[in-house]
Design a protein around this ligand. Sequence first.
Ligand code: SF4
Length: 407
Amino acid sequence: MEKTVTSKQMLGELLEKHYKTAIDAKAEGKLVAWATSICPQELLETMGIDVVYPENHAAAIGARKDAMRFIQQAEGKGYSNDICSYARVNMGYVDLKFSEAENIPMPDLIFCCSNICNTAIKWYENLAKVLNIPIIMFDMPFNHTFDVPEHSIKYMAGQIKHAIKQLEEITGREFDYDRFKEVMEISADTARWWKKATDLNKNHPSPLNGFDMFNYMAIIVCNRGKIEGRDLFKLWHDELAAKVEAGIGPWKDQEEKYRIMWDGIACWPHLGDTYKVLKKHGVNMVTSTYPESWTVIYDTGDIEGMAKAYASNYANRNLDYGTKNVARLVKEFDLDGILYHSNRSCKLMDFRQYEVQRRVEAMTGIPSVVFDGDQTDPRVFTLSQYETRVQALIEMMEKNKELRRNG
Ligand code: SF4
């Protein structure tokens, strides 16, 4: 009888393969790149260049509770603790080069797209300088207007074409445009399955707890241009769709009582604690602002469409867009409340968070709370504050439910 592989098993296998392939590639003398999480990886995939993602890697180190060694190494060298902790973990790793969590080979090429934040520009420029290796930089202007302006799309499309030339020079090989089309098709398809799967959480009950979604995110970052990545998200979608059909919720031993959105990155070093506090009260995180970030969808062969998709990343959009987007999620996912993670690392997102919270509350009437934390620096989070804020959110959500029940 043929053994059925679950998406969870496949997730583990693909992650293991991702890190091993990069280490093997380096050992064989092949080129390895370090890239930002939402960059035009299609170009590297087309050139057959192995890529690892420092943000993914830092998250894995954080989840393994191994971040402090790297953070202290970086801070000891003078990197301020105001710098994003992903960057501090990564700069520490450049020196220490080993974690029990996962290991990545040192890069030969830096590939950076500033659609996630400006911190990435300085972090990756610094890597290229310290390691004395080339950098390909996509300078993605922040969208101060609600829609992505035409000039930004053209600017990004021009940079994609220029990057192809840079890659040809660095590798001494010609860019294969037929292969590029194949990779574009796979990448957009993977993103479609990712969206279809995460959208299934709109059902009541949601078939998934959002903390599992955080785990699957590792693969949408590093395998978006690979057939295995697309297959994983299709399988995940089918499993979740079967759960919806059977009316199965996120937990076997707990009902979904409240549906919330989590704004911001997970607190990786405190993943278990943050999850358990919510689950204990039947609070299910059904969505986040994150899934949309990897919904990089465009038509095959359309470089301007691809440029627009990368320029449209949520983190690169203005306050009006951010507010409207969260209000849309409240409606589409039928949310009872929002939990905002004021992530000390991520200044770009936190800067506007309180204003997004105020506006969304005025638009939708649903309650929300903010807690302090950090994605990988464990020192910034306290469980008691988190519990108190969650408790307050539950009281407000319960009050709303009661009002609805009483008409
Ligand atoms: S966590 Fe925030 S500051 Fe750090 S790299 Fe990501 S977007 Fe930039």
